[in-house]
Design a protein around this ligand. Structure first.
Ligand SMILES: Nc1nc2c(c(=O)[nH]1)N[C@H]1C(S)=C(S)[C@@H](COP(=O)(O)OP(=O)(O)OC[C@H]3O[C@@H](n4cnc5c(=O)[nH]c(N)nc54)[C@H](O)[C@@H]3O)O[C@H]1N2
Ligand SMILES: Nc1nc2c(c(=O)[nH]1)N[C@H]1C(S)=C(S)[C@@H](COP(=O)(O)OP(=O)(O)OC[C@H]3O[C@@H](n4cnc5c(=O)[nH]c(N)nc54)[C@H](O)[C@@H]3O)O[C@H]1N2
Ligand code: SF4
Ligand SMILES: [Mo]
Length: 724
């Protein structure tokens, strides 16, 4: 029996886990790591199932190649040679833009997903870069990009010190938090209360988080910008604002907000005006307060407007970059993603729908258009890395058909599932316990500064390839270096670039030094470890890999501290409260509000034991409360005469669903979780679960225009009994 410690990679809470393994290397027990200074022993049912997830017999262990309907296992060399053939065939015949790449959610949780993303994109040299970013948080990047100049100026609620937390469209008691990494939300929210604080939830459903809150406003989906504008209007007309930062646009903001006083917002949002005014006054009066918004205010038609207004309110109440308010974490690794240049979108546009690029990506909502529409630049090949867009992207069934028509597809994924079944080659990464782990991206959004490195618990099997090597080889193939080139060359190239940048940076502690001398001081047993070492050494806390290895439970790096001055990079040097690129989108909101509101709208929900589309193959995580059902208010069940099942129709599709009566949901709103409807793959448990693909109802033609983000909440639908 051995004990190993590692960070759980399954969600954004970054919990430390303590694994017990038997002599054969099987995980026999998983507990929260009580010695982790951040998670202090917290664990959820997914973390507790890590062993079952890791040893799932349906996980692919060797590369797979498909001929027609037939799959066969092949050697790694054969697989990479096949990838090279497919890739060069397409680029030689149709050019670089004919190859698209799609980075899915788990790439935010793996070292390889962070370290090799840019090298792969650069060597692909295609405009067709897609990710789950445009299914999730692109509105946040675009909003903060325009307000602070830096699209990575992502603040988090200073959860452990705030006196007042307004949560908009997030359900951290089930999701365990998002873009605000905070293991054990329940404890942290209890502590907020215990110190005399208060928290309020805005959500069309009385979620577990809302039920636990002091106050719950059951808003009509998609209308948050109006509620937030009414809060801004109250703050400004009642003279409650305390702006402590240098800002532009206050006058314009006052005029814009005046269009949406609380009584107007009441009619649009279905939230009483006096509640809106009270919340505004409470936000202003609390010693410290913070507004925090997630999916329910992001994957909506006006997600960028909502996220802009969240920033505006945090600035107006004097809580941005201030203790107990919205603060920026200081990660331990070098923040390579910050360019210091003012942000803009639309550096290029998508070919078919003319949608603007954001952060170098095109919207996932237009991927099917780009595959199906003939002409110069049509996508003929696709590389997916940890992505299941058939279940995750709007109008998934259309993508399912479009993927069928590709000339070549390669997937880096442990499963043969709804998306990867279309691949010509599947390259499986190792098991979780065989991977090193460091949260490069999540440490940008921790509610306390914190660092933890987890070396692999188990070695690779003979001949197996690490995810870093897989991505390194894809990078080399795309660069034309061939399937046999040594991927260590990619690591050395990145290390060289980082060291070169560091010695050239004025004021850097290593300015003017010889990169080769610095290279010799780096330590690490693999490419990712060497890269982590260099990023730590030039990072904000001056750490090293050796120090992290000496502290296997993680290192607490202290409470968040103000740092907007370092991050702010607008052209004006001020916080832009009314950036034209965002304010212009209010015209679209006005036009939307002028049309009649639909009688019923669909929203999603996250489930404690799911992780988007990929944990439904583990028996302990499905069944019981974790089912794919349509939640309907009893008044609507009666109104539409529903029985156990119902037909839900939208502009894009229709589904027959199991109905669950739920008085916690607002009348006129129905909720269906995503990531279900498993079909056509080799995940035996998942395929046997009932459930439907919620994204058969979502509409790829409706997006949040400034960010191109997909819309999953507030979808107009009709609901009728089944059978009729
Ligand atoms: N257990 C579990 N945890 C997860 C995941 C998972 O699948 N399962 N997924 C992970 C991922 S990828 C992410 S991005 C995060 C997301 O983390 P969260 O955003 O906290 O998760 P959701 O449950 O999607 O919460 C969105 C809430 O918004 C509400 N809502 C819907 N429409 C509106 C609206 O128009 N306005 C308002 N105000 N609210 C609305 C929904 O009812 C829902 O309760 O969770 C992560 N964690
Ligand atoms: N209707 C609706 N749709 C939604 C949402 C919603 O709320 N409602 N939420 C959206 C959001 S926020 C997100 S983030 C997306 C998520 O959607 P995706 O980005 O597609 O992510 P997942 O469904 O989590 O899993 C993607 C794939 O990663 C594979 N995988 C798991 N671990 C690893 C690994 O270590 N390495 C590799 N290479 N692969 C791995 C899995 O087998 C799976 O095939 O869904 C979006 N879709
Ligand atoms: S809350 Fe998230 S990080 Fe923590 S154990 Fe559960 S899945 Fe893992
Ligand atoms: Mo997400």
């Amino acid at each position: 029996m051995t004990t190993a410690h590692r960070t759980c990679p399954l969600c954004q809470a970054v919990c430390g886990l303590r694994l017990t393994l038997d002599d054969a290397g099987h995980v026999t027990n998983v507990k929260g790591d009580g010695e982790d200074p951040f998670s202090k022993g917290f664990i959820c049912p997914k973390g507790a199932s890590l062993g079952r997830i890791d040893e799932d017999p349906d996980r692919l262990r060797r590369p797979m190649v498909r001929t027609g309907e037939q799959w066969r296992e092949v050697s790694w060399d054969e697989a990479f040679a096949e990838v090279e053939r497919g890739f060069t065939g397409v680029t030689e015949a149709h050019g670089r833009d004919a190859v698209a790449v799609f980075f899915g959610n788990p790439t935010y949780h793996t070292m390889a997903g962070f370290l090799y993303r840019m090298p792969l994109i650069q060597s692909l040299n295609t405009r067709n870069v897609y990710s789950s970013g445009t299914l999730d948080h692109m509105p946040k990047h675009v909003a903060v990009g325009h307000v602070y100049g830096d699209p990575f100026a992502i603040s988090v609620p200073d959860l452990d010190r705030t006196d007042y937390l307004l949560i908009i469209g997030a359900n951290p008691l089930e999701s365990n938090g998002s873009l605000a990494a905070a293991p054990d939300y329940p404890r942290r929210l209890k502590e907020l209360r215990a110190r005399g604080g208060k928290f309020v939830v805005v959500d069309p459903r009385r979620t577990r988080t809302a039920a636990f809150a002091d106050d719950h406003l059951a808003i009509r989906p998609g209308t948050d910008p109006c509620l937030l504008l009414a809060i801004v209007d109250t703050l400004l007309t009642e003279d409650l604002a305390t702006v402590t930062l240098d800002v532009n646009g206050l006058g314009e903001l006052r005029e814009l907000a005046a269009e949406f006083p609380a009584p107007v917002a009441e009619r649009i949002c279905g939230v009483p005006a006096e509640d809106i005014v009270r919340i505004a006054r409470e936000l202003a009066a609390a010693p410290t307060a913070v507004v925090y918004a997630r999916i329910g205010a992001s994957t909506v038609e006006f997600g960028t407007l909502a996220h802009w207004l969240v920033e505006v309110i945090n600035v107006l109440t004097g809580n941005l970059d201030s203790t107990g308010g919205a603060m920026f974490a200081r990660p331990a690794t070098l923040e390579v993603y910050r360019t210091g240049q003012p942000f803009r979108t639309g550096n290029f546009h998508s070919r078919v729908r003319g949608l603007p690029e954001a952060l170098g990506e095109l919207p996932a909502a237009t991927l099917a258009d780009e595959i199906e529409t003939p002409g110069e630049g049509q996508i003929r090949a696709l590389i997916t890395l940890a992505a299941n867009p058939v279940l995750a992207a709007p109008n998934g069934p259309r993508l399912d058909r479009a993927l069928e028509d590709l000339d070549f597809m390669v997937c880096v994924d442990p499963y043969l599932n709804e998306t990867t079944k279309h691949a010509n080659v599947i390259l499986p990464p190792p098991r979780i316990t065989q991977m090193p782990h460091y949260d490069f991206l999540l440490s940008m959004v921790t509610v306390r500064n914190y660092a933890r490195y987890s070396p692999p618990v188990l070695p690779l099997d003979p001949g197996q390839r690490s995810e870093a090597e897989i991505m390194g080889r894809l990078t080399l193939i795309a660069a034309g270096a061939g399937a046999a080139a040594d991927p260590a060359g990619v690591d050395e190239m990145i290390i060289g670039q980082l060291l070169e940048g560091a010695v050239q940076m004025p004021g850097s502690p290593v300015a003017g030094m010889d990169p080769a001398v610095l290279r010799a001081t780096l330590e690490g047993d693999s490419g990712p470890e060497l890269l982590l070492d260099v990023l730590l050494k030039f990072g904000g806390h001056g750490l090293s890999l050796a120090e992290l290895k000496a502290n296997p439970h993680g290192i607490d790096l202290g409470p968040l501290e103000p740092r907007l001055k370092e991050i702010l990079c607008t052209a004006s040097g001020r916080v832009e409260l009314a950036p034209p690129a965002i304010v212009d989108d209010l015209a679209r909101l006005r036009a939307h509000l002028a049309a009649p509101a639909p009688e019923v709208v669909l929203v999603g929900r996250r489930q404690l034991r799911s992780s988007n589309s990929w944990l439904h193959n583990v028996e302990s995580l499905v069944g019981g409360s974790n089912r794919c059902t349509l939640r309907v208010n009893p008044a609507d069940v009666a109104k539409f005469g529903l029985g156990d099942r119902a037909v839900v129709r939208s502009a894009r599709g229709e589904l027959v669903v199991d109905v669950e009566t739920d008085d916690a949901i607002r009348p006129g709103v129905v909720s269906l979780p995503h990531g279900w409807g498993h079909a056509g793959g080799r995940q035996r448990v998942a395929v046997a679960t009932s459930g439907v693909n919620a994204n058969a109802l979502t509409d790829e033609f409706v997006v949040d225009v400034p960010s191109g983000n997909a819309v999953f909440n507030g979808i107009p639908v009709t609901v009728s009994p089944y059978p009729a």
